[in-house]
Design a protein around this ligand. Structure first.
Ligand code: TMP
Length: 196
């Protein structure tokens, strides 16, 4: 989020307070998950029969309606306009934000030998005086991205858990080490630790 703020992609993040808490801007969340895909995987491969890993002709932006009970269904811009979830201007801004996040994140991960296959972001509305604008909110994490090692194809994201591919803590620790957010000799935390 800091990196995005620095390149001029606005996010809700203000500053980290401690290891567990962040100060963020309050937003009115738009009830859509914005997914960007660089390669086929997951529900896209399933839906359209495209082999997992196939490079897409261009980054593909999809919208899902945020409703767990309905399984976050894929929706079109027509649904979004019809039900008033976002205006046409909002949609244009969301696509533009999502593609800028994609460019930035793809570079961050490429630098540490990881391919950004796809990811999901959420976007919120804030008001500056009488003007509204959209900013990136919620989280960006290995729970909401597909990240594959460029050399080996090893998955370093939540698919390890979803498809029972091994130890999730090992995968996340490896990712954190590569990104430099954990020292090289850290052992994975497999159980939550109570901090007094
Ligand atoms: P999908 O292939 O299951 O549609 O997921 C695409 C990407 O979006 C993947 O990186 C996982 C992420 N995602 C979430 O983080 N939360 C969700 O509720 C969904 C549907 C996808």
């Amino acid at each position: 989020m800091n990196g995005l703020n620095e390149i001029g992609v606005p996010t809700h993040f203000i500053r980290r307070l401690n290891m567990r808490e962040q100060l963020i801007r309050s937003v009115e969340i738009i009830p859509l998950e914005v997914i960007v895909r660089n390669r086929a995987a997951g529900s896209l491969s399933k839906r359209l029969g495209i082999p997992e890993g196939k490079v897409l002709p261009r980054p593909l932006v999809e919208f899902c309606y945020k409703d767990d009970a309905l399984g976050d269904p894929l929706v079109t811009e027509e649904h979004i306009a019809t039900f008033g979830w976002a205006s046409q201007q909002d949609l244009d801004d969301m696509v533009s934000l999502a593609l800028r996040v994609n460019d930035f994140l793809a570079g961050v991960f490429l630098a540490v030998g990881i391919r950004l296959v796809d990811f999901k972001i959420e976007i919120g509305r804030v008001w500056d005086g009488e003007y509204q604008r959209l900013i990136v909110a919620d989280e960006i994490s290995p729970d909401s991205c597909r990240l594959w090692d460029i050399e080996t194809g090893r998955k370093l994201d939540k698919d390890v858990f979803r498809h029972d591919l091994g130890n999730l803590a090992d995968a996340y620790t490896e990712l954190a080490r590569r990104l430099g957010v954990l020292p090289a000799n850290t052992t994975p935390v497999t159980k939550p630790t109570l901090i007094n």
